[in-house]
Ligand binder design. Structure first.
Ligand code: ARG
Length: 574
């Protein structure tokens, strides 16, 4: 168990019998020390408690301290300032924790005590046209969250809820009937669909009649028209392999791909049920779910059937909730979708609760927009490679060139492999490192930096350690599972950072923010750099050398596992 949880348990035990009902639980949490001068961890809970109990914070701190037993993990804590408890980790605990981590496949990270069943909905793009830059966020964030949850010990079902049924598809059907180029479709189905979509979409923007036509073809598809259904089958059969190949290229594979089309046969029954239960009511020919008792939604009812009888995105999403509940009985359903859909999800969650799904937790993991250098959303900018495939090509090309520059003698195949791992890793990391809810600026230079908070820097740290091992091996140094014993300050700092891996995973899972893990890995790579600068490894005396090699190995494994949880690969040599 990591130091933080161990300290927390001790604090919780010391608080037994104290009335904590008046304070917010998160204010009683042990936290990383804000300044390493004061120690490694701190507990500030005496302050809010003092307020609630009308006592002096220092008295409470002294009281807690008197009952606190942290002797196997920390030096005797001091009370500081207004009543903070500062903890300094014992080197003996640290050595044992590192040895234990080195022996364990999970690097000392405990599984959650209670494993939950979780459905996660990503990347769920609309598939009438090629994927574009705008799709990387749901793909990479969703994948990282799914991997983190699995590692933590939850039972995860990932479901790619592709949009294969709405008006965009209707537009492609119009285009297919009028302008299709079957040879082009054979070659690259999504591109041909994209071309047809663009042609028709442009016409729709110009003339009402074109829009009417697209609506009509969509409605025909949705009401079971044989011709449109057949075209739809062709489009789907053609495009799915191309989509799957693209997802495979970025290492993303979901357990299910149940698109919107999958739920169409269930919609009528869902609508009936919503009516019968009084959840939905008729309003001017349409069927809506009102939310009078919700301040944010009171003027935003959710429409589940239009006055022309057709169902909507929201109707499909309600059917999807029902299906998921019946099939997997999840404790939680997570939707990794653009923040611009937050009203839709508020409505959906409120509607599902009214419908009776009250036990399950619904969570919208929202994210901001990727901006170009001009501050505008990158996917709408002219001239930017907005097709995802082109973007991946470009990332790989740039990363390959970088590797070549560093080592002109690099064989072609190896250069390409480095380019792939570094290029795609850089794109992913750039997307995961910022807080997901903020917008971020797209910059090749920043994401491909070999110094600073970027994937190549972390991948280099891993590769560098592997090169230390190669050197050690060439010098005939045996690597055995030696105990890790730390002496130098930067060595101790690295050791402490390694033991915080589990804390970083916990932090990333609190509100599904992979950036907490990015921050951790970046700090770990920094600690390693400082250690490597200060402490000789292969040149050190026999016993110290073995301990340091083991420390290097553990660092590399944490880097590799951590990057792996972000969906990022590592290389033995760069
Ligand atoms: N296809 C939608 C879009 O591209 C996102 C779907 C998200 N998932 C869901 N269950 N609504 O905007």
């Amino acid at each position: 168990m990591n130091a933080k949880s161990q300290l927390q348990n001790a604090i919780d035990a010391a608080l037994q019998g104290v009335d904590i009902s008046g304070v917010a639980p998160e204010t009683l949490q042990v936290a990383r020390a804000t300044n390493p001068q004061f120690g490694d961890y701190q507990w500030n809970g005496a302050l809010p408690l003092a307020k609630a109990l009308k006592m002096k914070p220092r008295d409470i701190a002294a009281d807690v301290l008197a009952r606190l037993d942290v002797s196997d993990i920390a030096e005797t804590p001091e009370i500081a300032g207004a009543g903070f408890l500062n903890f300094r980790i014992k080197t003996s605990w640290l050595g044992n924790a590192l040895d234990e981590a080195a022996r364990s496949e999970r690097l000392g990270v405990a599984r959650v005590a209670k494993s939950r069943r979780i459905v996660i909905d990503y990347p769920s793009p609309n598939v009438a046209k090629p994927l574009h830059v705008g799709h990387i966020r749901t793909t990479f964030i969703g994948d990282a969250v799914a991997r983190l949850l699995r590692f933590a010990g939850h039972q995860v079902v990932s479901d790619n809820h592709i949009g294969d049924w709405g008006t965009p598809v209707g537009k492609v059907i119009v285009g297919w009937k009028k302008y299709r180029d079957e040879a082009a479709f054979e070659r690259a189905p999504l591109d041909e669909m994209g071309r047809l979509y663009a042609l028709v979409n442009e016409a729709c923007e110009r003339e009402r009649a074109a829009m009417e036509e697209a609506r009509l073809e969509t409605a025909k598809l949705q009401s079971g028209d044989a011709e449109n259904r057949a075209i739809w089958e062709i489009l789907r059969a053609g495009s799915l392999p191309q989509l799957n190949a693209l997802w495979a290229r970025v290492g993303v594979q979901t357990d299910e791909i149940l698109g919107e089309s999958f739920y169409q046969p269930m919609l009528a029954e869902v609508i009936e049920e919503l009516k019968a239960k009084g959840v939905a009511t008729e309003s001017q020919g349409a069927l809506i779910i009102p939310f009078e008792d919700d301040a944010h939604l009171s003027d935003k009812p959710m429409m589940v059937r239009k006055s022309d009888g057709s169902a909507l995105y929201a109707t499909t999403d309600l059917a999807t909730v029902k299906y998921r509940m019946e099939r997997w009985a999840p404790d939680e359903i997570i939707y990794v979708v653009d923040a611009r859909q937050s009203d839709h999800f508020r409505q959906l969650f409120a509607a599902a609760k009214k419908w009776g799904y009250r036990e399950v937790r619904f969570k919208h993991v929202a994210f901001g927009t990727i901006l170009g250098e001009d501050g505008k959303p990158i996917s709408t900018r002219a001239g930017v490679t907005s097709k995802l495939e082109t973007l991946l090509d470009e990332a790989q090309k740039r990363a390959t060139a970088m590797a070549r520059e560093k080592n002109p003698a690099l064989p072609d195949a190896q250069g390409a492999e480095i380019g792939r791992v570094v290029g795609i890793g850089a794109l992913k990391y750039a997307d995961l490192a910022p807080n997901r809810t903020s917008d971020y600026g797209f910059s090749w230079d920043k994401m491909l930096a070999t110094q600073g908070n970027a994937a190549p820097y972390l991948q280099y740290a891993y590769a560098r350690i592997q090169s230390i091992f190669r050197k050690a091996q060439s010098e005939g140094i045996e690597m055995e599972n030696a105990p890790i014993r730390l002496v130098e300050a930067s060595e101790i700092a690295l050791g402490k950072q390694i033991t915080r891996f589990g804390e970083a995973i916990d932090a990333a899972l609190v509100d599904y923010r992979p950036n907490a893990l990015c921050d951790y890995l970046y700090e770990l790579a920094g600690s390693f750099a400082a250690f490597y600068r200060d402490c000789p490894v292969t040149q050190a005396g026999a016993e110290v050398r073995l301990s340091r090699l083991a420390l290097c190995d553990l660092t590399a494994r944490v880097l590799q596992t951590g990057l792996g949880l972000l969906g990022i690969e590592t290389l033995e040599q760069m």
